[in-house]
Write a protein that binds this ligand. Structure first.
Ligand SMILES: [Zn+2]
Length: 170
């Protein structure tokens, strides 16, 4: 059994990307609005800001306390992205949550501001809130790679927000 490639494009079926937020480099408004001193260190998660970017590691000398944009979004309960997994088979839930956590760990190691802020496991849905617009796409693509199904991504036309829906049975 071979899956036919949609002709002319390498895009997986069921995937749709709209809006300008898909462009790399779109800045989280939290970054612009709360400009940290340089160097700075987040009292909540210990990420630090040095030479214009947030990173992990030892706090630089003279770092001033400043809540990082990810911790600020968590405190304000304002996600940058939402991933909804529909009709997840009970037997696969633990495995799938493990995959989501692995993707988060890999993403966060490189990009300290890209994190899961909430993961709700309800009767037949798993809903993941992230602090950024990149982790949802990464999680969605990993789910599709591992379990196929249908993936839909919608970027907010004007703002910093993405909604990803995945359905393994579609
Ligand atoms: Zn922080």
């Amino acid at each position: 059994m071979t899956a036919a490639q949609p002709h002319g494009s390498g895009q997986p079926a069921g995937r749709r990307i709209t809006g300008r937020a898909q462009r790399d480099g779109l800045l989280d408004p939290y970054l612009a609005r709360h400009k940290p001193p340089d160097p700075a260190s987040c009292p909540q998660c210990s990420a630090h800001f040095k030479k214009g970017r947030w990173q992990w590691g030892l706090a630089p000398e003279g770092a001033q306390p400043h809540l990082c944009p990810a911790c600020r979004r968590i405190a304000d309960n304002l996600p940058g992205g939402v991933v909804t997994l529909h009709d997840v088979p009970q037997g696969l839930k633990d495995q799938i949550i493990g995959l989501i956590r692995n993707e988060e760990a890999a993403e966060e190691a490189e990009h300290p501001l890209n994190r899961i802020m909430a993961l709700d496991d309800t009767e037949d849905e798993i809903v993941v809130h992230t602090t950024d617009i990149h982790l949802p796409r990464r999680i969605g693509e990993a789910l599709k790679r591992a379990y196929h199904g249908a993936l839909i991504m919608d970027f907010d036309g004007d703002g910093y927000f993405v909604r990803v829906d995945w359905n393994p049975t579609a």
